[in-house]
Design a protein. Structure first.
Length: 137
């Protein structure tokens, strides 16, 4: 079962640890605590990495050779508390050998809409926009 623990360090900085003892420094971006990842941006990292893991696995099953993958994620939040995400835009930059654009598109669709638990946990009020670019090998 996934689990996590967050321990306050100082100011608005915290150490987050997963069930395997992997750690991430998390903080607000205010004053003396501006040295960790902002929680909302950590959420975007979680979304991108969740889809990335699945995308790579699906592409490998499709026998598509990926040589590089970069995912950029940008979120738009409401202007008032609790500043929830309204829209999240994702851009996959994929480099590989003789990649089939249809295989890339389908693999992204499966990663985002079928297998990624982070994406599945988003409210239906959050609009997910996705695009991809194939880069020359």
């Amino acid at each position: 079962m996934p689990s996590a623990r967050v321990v306050w360090i100082e100011h608005n900085a915290f150490l987050g640890t997963d069930s395997n003892q992997h750690a991430t420094l998390v903080s607000s971006q205010q004053g003396e605590a501006a040295y960790g990842v902002k929680p909302t941006e950590l959420f975007l990292i979680s979304l991108a990495s969740c889809t990335a893991v699945t995308f790579v696995q699906v592409m490998q099953k499709k026998r598509q050779t990926i040589t590089a993958l970069e995912i950029e994620v940008e979120g738009t939040q409401t202007p008032d508390p609790p500043w929830q995400f309204e829209r999240i835009r994702t851009l996959y930059r994929v480099r590989g050998v003789d990649l089939d654009p249809q295989a890339v598109a389908r693999s992204i669709e499966l990663a985002e809409h079928k297998y990624c638990s982070v994406a599945a946990s988003l409210s239906e009020r959050v609009v997910l926009e996705t695009g991809f670019e194939l880069l020359a090998a």
